[in-house]
Ligand binder design. Structure first.
Ligand code: ADP
Ligand code: ZN
Ligand code: ZN
Length: 816
C-alpha cells in the first residue's frame, strides 16, 4: 500500500495521511497539490509533503480525489523554510501554507468563484464540464465549490476549477484589491517644429488672428522661462486663462505636443533620468566594505544615515547577483514604499523587477509566484513586503532587507506570526547566500548582533551630495505655554519656520503620532469620556464626519452633544490628532495647500499613491501625517519637518518605546532637506531634557544604543532575553482570568520568575473579547527549543481541561 502525508491549509498540529495507488505514488512528488476529502463533507487542496508506505496507526487513510499538478508548485527549499517558520514561531505548517500560497492555489469547499468579466470567452473552447460551470455563472454571480459539486454531480471538481482559473475564465473571490496603476499626468511642450526663433516668430504672426491661441503660446513661453519644470496641461489652462478646447486645437495643429509622465517617477531632480549612477566616494567605500564583510559574515548591517544613498548601493549589489544569474529578494516594510522604489529599480533593471505584496489580487500573485518558480526573467528581482519571503525561489543569490528596524516586518495576526527580516535571513541561509540589512536607525537586535560579531557592520555617515544632516531644534512647549507663545498646538518657533519655508516655496511635513481629530472627548463637569461598547477603550472624535469612532473595532456613532453621564454641555477635546493639526494649519496658513496622510486618508483606492504623488508634484505645501510618513520616502522639496509632540511617543507603555521614538523621530527628520539645502526639524516637547530627545537632536545612535541596552540588560528584555507572549481571549471575563491563572502557574513551575503576568493590557477588551497576557522571558543561555517544547506541553495540558477548551490561546514568539 502507498500513502502520502499532506499539509492541509488548516491549523492541524500534524500532517495528515491519505492512501494513493501505486501509479499515483510513482507520479507524485513533494510539493504537488492534490484534492482531498476531509471530515464529513469538506474538500481541501492539500500539498504533498512525503510519499511512503507506512499505514497510519490511528485512523483509516482515505483516498485522495485527484492530483492537481504535473510538477511541484512548491519547492523543497520552501518546505524546509516553512518547517523552520512553523517550529520557530510555534504554529502549524498549514498556517504557513495558507500565508504563503495565493488563494487561487488552495481551492476548498468554502472557496467562492465568479466569472472573470474582463475576459471574452469563446464557449466552443470549453470542455463539457467547464461549460456547465461557465453557464451557471452566467445566471448566478458566484458559486461555492459545494454548488459546483452538485452541478457537475461529482466530487472531483477541483481540477475543472483549476483549469477554468488557468484559462482566466473564473476568478477566486476575495477582497477586491486594486492593482496599483501609476497615474499619468498630461503635459505639453512646444512642438520641435518651432524650436528656432524665426519659426517661432512665424508662428506668432500666424496666430495673430487667433488671439486666444496666441495667448496660450505666449503663456507657455513665460512659464518655461521661469522654471525648467515640465508644464502640465492643467497649469497652462489656468495660467493662460483659456479652455481645454483651445489647447486641444493647438495640439491638433501640431503647435503643441502633448506627452505623459508617469507620476510615480521622481522628477525634476535637476538632471535627466540617468540610468546608471556612479557611486560617490563614501558609497564606494561602503560598498567595498560590504563585500569584504560578506567574506566573513553571512549577514551584514549597513548603518547609513538617511539619504546617504543606501538604495544605490543595493542596486550595485543586485547588479552583481543578476550577473551571476541569481534571483534577488528586496524586502521593504510597507507597500507604500514599493511605489517609489519600483520605478527607481525599473530604471535600472526594467522588466526584471516583480512586485509582490498582499494588496495584490490573487491572480497577480499567482503570476509572480509562477515567474519566481520558473526562474523567469520577469522576476529576477522580487520587491515586496513581508509575504514575499514565502515565494518559491530556487536560485536566490542575495537578500536585501531595507529599513530593517521597522516593526511592521513582524506579522501580528493571524499565524504565522513571523518576522520577515528574520525569516529572510533563514531563507538566505538555506540558499547559502548573503543578507544585507539596511537602516539609518538599526534595531537594537541587529546592532547587538554586530557587536556580538554575528553580523558584519558597515557605516555610512554622510549624506549623498554632502547635504548636511538636518538641523534639529527642540522647542520647550511648557515654557512656550507659560509665556503665551502657543497658538493652538503650534509654538511661535514652528510658526516662524513654517512661514519662512512656505515663503521660499518649499514643503513642510508635520508629524503627529495619532490619527483622527482628538483621541478622546471628555466631560469637563464629571470627567466621563464616551466608551466603545465592544472594547475597553475611549472613542475618538473625528471631525470630518462629526463622529465618535473606535480605533480597535471600527464602531462609530454620531458625536454627542451632551455628556452621556451627567448631561453637561461642557465637553472638551483632549489631546490632538492629525485631523486637528490639519485644521489648525488651515487656519494659520489659509493660502497653503494642506494634505493629511494617515490610515483614514490612505484606505481608499490608491490612497497612498495619490498623496505621495501630490507631494512629489508640489501640489501640497504641508503634509500632516502619522508613522506612515517615516518609512523611507524620498521627497525632493521638503525643507521643514515639525514633530508636534514628542511626549506621547516617549510615554507609550512599552519597553521598546524609547528605541521606537528615537527611530521614528530620526526617520521623519530624514525626510527634510534631502537635496541641496539643509533641512530643518523642530521637535515640540514638554521635556526637552529627555535623553532620547537629546540623542535625536545630535543624531547620537551610539549613545542611544548604549543607554537602551543597559536598560534591556537590567530589565531582562530583548535582545538580551527572548520573549514569548501568550495571549488568552474569551468573552467571559472569569474564564479568561481562571485560564490565565492556571496557565501562568504551570509556566512558573518550569520557568520560575521568568514568567510575567497574567495581566490585562491597556485595552483589555476588544470586540467583546477579554484579553490577558502572559510573558515568558528566555535567558540568553537557556535553550529556546526546549523552552518552546515545555510551553507546548503546558498548552496541551491546558486544552485537556474541559473548562478551558473554549478559550483562544495565541503564542507570539519574539513579540514586538
Ligand atoms: P537612502 O536610501 O540612504 O535614504 P537614497 O538611496 O534614497 O538614500 O539616496 C538619496 C538620494 O540621493 C536619492 O534621490 C538618490 O537618487 C540620490 N543618490 C544617491 N546616490 C547617488 C549617486 N551615486 N549618484 C546620483 N544620485 C544619487
Ligand atoms: Zn459629564
Ligand atoms: Zn471598539
Amino acid at each position: 500500500m502507498h500513502y502520502i502525508d499532506v499539509i492541509l491549509p488548516i491549523p492541524l498540529p500534524k500532517l495528515f495521511t491519505y492512501s494513493v495507488t501505486e501509479a499515483e505514488a510513482n507520479f507524485l512528488k513533494s510539493g504537488i497539490r492534490v484534492s482531498v476529502p476531509f471530515g464529513k463533507s469538506k474538500i481541501y487542496t492539500a500539498l504533498v509533503f512525503s510519499i511512503h508506505t507506512n499505514k497510519p496507526m490511528v485512523y483509516e487513510a482515505k483516498d485522495i480525489h485527484q492530483i492537481l499538478d504535473d510538477e511541484p508548485v512548491v519547492t523543497q527549499m520552501q518546505i524546509k523554510h516553512w518547517q523552520w517558520i512553523s517550529e520557530y514561531y510555534m504554529c502549524t505548517l498549514g498556517d504557513v501554507m495558507r500565508a504563503a500560497l495565493p488563494n487561487a492555489f488552495i481551492l476548498e469547499s468554502e472557496t467562492v468563484i465568479s466569472r472573470n468579466t474582463s475576459n471574452i470567452i469563446n464557449d466552443e473552447d470549453l470542455k463539457d464540464n467547464e461549460f456547465l460551470i461557465y453557464e451557471a455563472l452566467n445566471h448566478q454571480s458566484s458559486l461555492k465549490i459545494q454548488d459546483i459539486i452538485s452541478i457537475l454531480d461529482k466530487k472531483n471538481v477541483l481540477p475543472v476549477i483549476k483549469r477554468l482559473l488557468e484559462k482566466d475564465i473564473v476568478i477566486v473571490e476575495e477582497e477586491i484589491y486594486e492593482k496599483y496603476k501609476p497615474k499619468l499626468v498630461r503635459y505639453v511642450k512646444l512642438s520641435t517644429n518651432y524650436s528656432t526663433e524665426t519659426k517661432l516668430q512665424e508662428l506668432l504672426d500666424d496666430l495673430s488672428r487667433a488671439p486666444k491661441q496666441r495667448q496660450v503660446v505666449m503663456t507657455l513661453f513665460s512659464i518655461s522661462a521661469q522654471s525648467k519644470k515640465p508644464i502640465k496641461v492643467s497649469e497652462l489652462t489656468e495660467k493662460s486663462n483659456t479652455s481645454a478646447a483651445i489647447i486641444k486645437s493647438l495640439i491638433d495643429k501640431d503647435v503643441l505636443e502633448e506627452y505623459y509622465i508617469q507620476t510615480d517617477r521622481i522628477q525634476y531632480s535637476g538632471e535627466d533620468n540617468n540610468p546608471v549612477k556612479t557611486l560617490n566616494k563614501p558609497q564606494l567605500k561602503a560598498y567595498q566594505e560590504i563585500q569584504e564583510s560578506f567574506e566573513r559574515h553571512q549577514i551584514t548591517l549597513l548603518h547609513g544615515v538617511t539619504s546617504s544613498g543606501k538604495t544605490e548601493i543595493y542596486v550595485k549589489l543586485i547588479e552583481e547577483a543578476l550577473a551571476e544569474g541569481k534571483q534577488v529578494l528586496y524586502l521593504v516594510p510597507e507597500i507604500a514604499l514599493t511605489t517609489q522604489l519600483v520605478s527607481r529599480l525599473q530604471e535600472y533593471f526594467g522588466e526584471k523587477v516583480a512586485v509582490f505584496h498582499s494588496k495584490y489580487s490573487s491572480q497577480e500573485r499567482v503570476e509572480v509566484w509562477k515567474h519566481v518558480l520558473d526562474n523567469s526573467s520577469k522576476a529576477r528581482i522580487v520587491l515586496g513586503a513581508r509575504s514575499s519571503v514565502l515565494l518559491p525561489f530556487h536560485n536566490l543569490g542575495l537578500v536585501i532587507v531595507d529599513e530593517e528596524h521597522e516593526s511592521s516586518y513582524k506579522q501580528f495576526d493571524p499565524a504565522p506570526r513571523y518576522h520577515a527580516r528574520d525569516a529572510a535571513i533563514v531563507l538566505a541561509h538555506l540558499f547559502q547566500c548573503k543578507t544585507l540589512l539596511g537602516s539609518a536607525t538599526p534595531s537594537l537586535e541587529s546592532y547587538y548582533n554586530t557587536k556580538q560579531n554575528k553580523y558584519g557592520l558597515v557605516e555610512l555617515t554622510t549624506r549623498f551630495n554632502e547635504v548636511l544632516m538636518p538641523d534639529i531644534e527642540l522647542v520647550d512647549i511648557k515654557d512656550k505655554q507659560k509665556r503665551k507663545r502657543m497658538t493652538g498646538h503650534f509654538s511661535d518657533r514652528l510658526i516662524e519656520e513654517m512661514t519662512e519655508t512656505l515663503k521660499d516655496g518649499h514643503q513642510i511635513i508635520l508629524f503627529q503620532n495619532r490619527r483622527g481629530f482628538s483621541p478622546i472627548v471628555e466631560c469637563l463637569t464629571c470627567g466621563h469620556a464616551p466608551q466603545c461598547p465592544n472594547c475597553d477603550v475611549s472613542l475618538t472624535y473625528h471631525q470630518y464626519k462629526d463622529q465618535l469612532r473606535c480605533h480597535y473595532c471600527g464602531y462609530y456613532s454620531a458625536m454627542i452633544k451632551a455628556c452621556e453621564a451627567c448631561g453637561s454641555l461642557d465637553l472638551d477635546n483632549k489631546g490632538f490628532g492629525t485631523e486637528q493639526v490639519e485644521e489648525e494649519v488651515k487656519e494659520l496658513f489659509p493660502d497653503a495647500k494642506v494634505a493629511r496622510m494617515d490610515l483614514d486618508t490612505t484606505r481608499g483606492k490608491y490612497g497612498y499613491e495619490k498623496i505621495i504623488t501630490a507631494l512629489e508634484q508640489q501640489e501640497v505645501d504641508v503634509l500632516v501625517g502619522t508613522q506612515m510618513l517615516t518609512k523611507g520616502l524620498d521627497f525632493r522639496h521638503v525643507k521643514l519637518v515639525g514633530i508636534m509632540n514628542a511626549d506621547n511617543m516617549l510615554n507609550f507603555p512599552d519597553f521598546r518605546a524609547h528605541e521606537r521614538s528615537f527611530q521614528l523621530m530620526l526617520q521623519v527628520s530624514g525626510r527634510a532637506g534631502r537635496t541641496e539645502e539643509r533641512g530643518k526639524v523642530l521637535i515640540q516637547t514638554y521635556n526637552p531634557y529627555h535623553n532620547i530627545l537629546q540623542q535625536v537632536s545630535t543624531n547620537a545612535y551610539q549613545d542611544m544604543y548604549v543607554e537602551q541596552m543597559e536598560e534591556r540588560f537590567n530589565f531582562k528584555y530583548p535582545p538580551v532575553y527572548r520573549l514569548i507572549k501568550i495571549t488568552l481571549k474569551h468573552r467571559d471575563y472569569n474564564k479568561v482570568n481562571q485560564g490565565a491563572d492556571w496557565y501562568a502557574k504551570s509556566l512558573r513551575l518550569v520557568f520560575g520568575t521568568d514568567v510575567l503576568g497574567p495581566e490585562f493590557p491597556p485595552v483589555s477588551r476588544i470586540r467583546n473579547q477579554y484579553i490577558k497576557h502572559i510573558l515568558v522571558k528566555i535567558p540568553p543561555k537557556q535553550s529556546v527549543s526546549k523552552t518552546k517544547e515545555a510551553i507546548i506541553r503546558i498548552n496541551n495540558s491546558f486544552f485537556n481541561i474541559k473548562d478551558f477548551r473554549a478559550l483562544r490561546v495565541i503564542l507570539n514568539v519574539d513579540n514586538y
